[in-house]
Design a binder for this molecule. Structure first.
Ligand code: PEP
Length: 258
């Protein structure tokens, strides 16, 4: 198939935060940013009201779920299927966030099944990968991320692998205020692209985001790298104006897609 171009994406993971009031204030800050796709990941309960609020102001901002179930339907109390997210106007899904891997004991195999379910429902998955501090200190960061990625790529066609968006999110950098250094991010993003290229047996323009304590200040340096296609942002993206500042930093980095 024809190669897909690298995308520039700034996404907000609201985690278990948000309310109808917050949505009203948040959407008032949103504006299009040329060349940058904006995506919001609210809690599943707030997906539909957020889609409506964005439609009302004609914001060109996509919405996604923070997780999806791997099955299409069934007796899975409390779970949300990828098709339900799509039904509500969601277009994206985070899969394999480290908080899901940790608190819901999600295995690499389950994450792979969820990525398949997201694609099947027509959602764009953002696959999160990343090592713990112990794994990094043991010198295993690249091996851990390669294992997480390979489990998913083994479940996908070459075409789906090319459409995957990957977020490198070192567990030790999430919510800690300590972002990875640019050198660490570049090393890991290169390693991720090698695994993806090997999986399709050829080079392609993989879109790889960074996540882990991104804020308005460090975003400028991170986005200056041609290896960083954007960010998945937690805490700093809980306020619409801060999210927009980070999104504009991606645009101002002036990086041509390719
Ligand atoms: C995240 O939730 O994916 C994340 C990166 O959070 P934070 O930006 O708060 O570290």
């Amino acid at each position: 198939m024809t190669d897909t171009a690298r995308r520039q994406i700034v996404a907000a993971n609201w985690k278990m935060h948000g309310s109808l009031d917050m949505i009203q204030g948040y959407v008032g800050h949103l504006q299009p940013v040329e060349g940058v796709e904006l995506v919001l990941f609210p809690p599943a309960t707030h997906l539909a009201p957020l889609v409506s609020a964005l439609d009302a102001v004609e914001a060109r901002v996509a919405v996604g779920a923070q997780d999806v179930h791997d099955k299409e339907a069934g007796a899975y109390t409390g779970e949300v299927a990828a098709t339900m997210v799509a039904d509500l106007g969601g277009r994206w899904a985070i899969v394999g966030h480290s908080e899901r891997r940790r608190y819901a004991a999600e295995s690499d195999e389950l994450v792979a099944a969820k990525v398949v379910a997201a694609f099947r429902a027509g959602l764009q998955p953002v696959l999160c990968v990343g090592e713990t501090l112990e794994e990094r200190q043991a010198g295993d960061a690249e091996a851990v991320v390669a294992r997480q990625l390979s489990c998913v790529t083994n479940a996908l066609s070459a075409e789906a692998i090319r459409r995957l968006v990957v977020a490198y999110e070192p567990v030790w950098a999430i919510g800690t205020g300590h972002s990875a250094t640019l050198a660490q991010v570049e090393t890991m993003h290169s390693a991720i692209r090698r695994v993806l290229n090997d999986a399709v047996d050829g080079e392609f323009a993989a879109t790889v985001l960074y996540g882990g304590s991104v804020n308005e200040k460090n975003a400028i340096e991170l986005f200056s790298s041609s290896l960083v296609d954007g960010a998945l942002v937690g805490g700093a993206a809980l306020a619409g104006e801060r999210f927009m500042t980070i999104a504009r930093a991606m645009h101002e980095a002036g990086r041509a897609a390719g």
